[in-house]
Design a protein around this ligand. Structure first.
Ligand SMILES: Nc1nc2c(ncn2[C@@H]2O[C@H](COP(=O)(O)OP(=O)(O)O)[C@@H](O)[C@H]2O)c(=O)[nH]1
Ligand SMILES: [Mg+2]
Length: 206
């Protein structure tokens, strides 16, 4: 059990990095195509029922949503896009908002990409992965909704995705199976966040 994320609170939303909270301390960005299971993953990780629901508030869906873990640490819910055809103007704006965030955000320590295990490596995911490679951000991938598959099938997808991504030069990557529904994979997710956010070690109680 890890209780360090339980006090996470919604901080603010910003359309782009220029209006984001002060660029201090440590930040981890959560990315994922819409409906991949990102909000559910954030809620499971922070052990809250509806923390990430704020990201669904109309007007905030295309924003960077900031959550405060503590004085020095934040989680950021990045905007995704869906299955439906997205108008070019919106895509362009999304690309610009995320590219400027990735290129300018000094407190960003790593990218936590949530992919539905049944639909891994969509064009959305590949774009994110390219950016991580380009800006040398460590990337952690949670293949979520793993409960939808048997253990063997899930592991096979994990290995296939891993083999493809480990072949990309200069990409620092780790992967795991996850299920918000069954609450599996939490320890691995917390370990990655603890490391990236430089969480002080607790003294045993957790
Ligand atoms: N079976 C299963 N369903 C999930 C899981 N995570 C999310 N879902 C469902 O997938 C849908 C999209 O989830 P949501 O977290 O809102 O996705 P987001 O758009 O990426 O934030 C919802 O109906 C969730 O209940 C999971 O681990 N297992
Ligand atoms: Mg969401």
């Amino acid at each position: 059990m890890n209780t360090r994320y339980q006090k996470t609170r919604y901080l603010t939303s910003a359309p782009n990095v220029k209006t984001a909270p002060p660029d201090e301390g440590f930040e981890v960005a959560f990315a994922g195509r819409s409906n991949a299971g990102k909000s559910s993953a954030i809620n499971a990780i922070t052990q809250q029922k509806s923390l990430a629901r704020v990201s669904k508030t109309p007007g905030r869906t295309r924003m960077l949503n900031f959550f405060r873990v503590d004085e020095q640490r934040r989680l950021v819910d990045l905007p995704g896009y869906g299955y439906a055809q997205v108008p070019e103007a919106i895509l362009k704006n999304w690309r610009w908002a995320l590219e400027s965030y990735f290129s300018e955000r000094r407190s960003l320590r790593g990218v936590f990409l949530v992919m539905d295990i049944r639909h891994p490596l969509t064009p959305f995911d590949r774009r994110l992965i390219e950016w991580c490679q380009h800006w040398e951000f460590p990337l952690h991938i949670a293949l979520t909704k793993a409960d939808k598959l048997g253990r063997g099938a899930a592991l096979q997808i994990l290995r296939t995705v891993e083999a493809e991504l480990k072949a990309i030069e200069g990409l620092k990557i780790s992967l795991q199976l996850f299920s918000a529904l069954k609450r599996t994979g939490l320890e691995e997710a917390w370990a990655v966040l603890d490391r990236w956010l430089e969480m002080p070690r607790s003294n045993g109680a957790e």
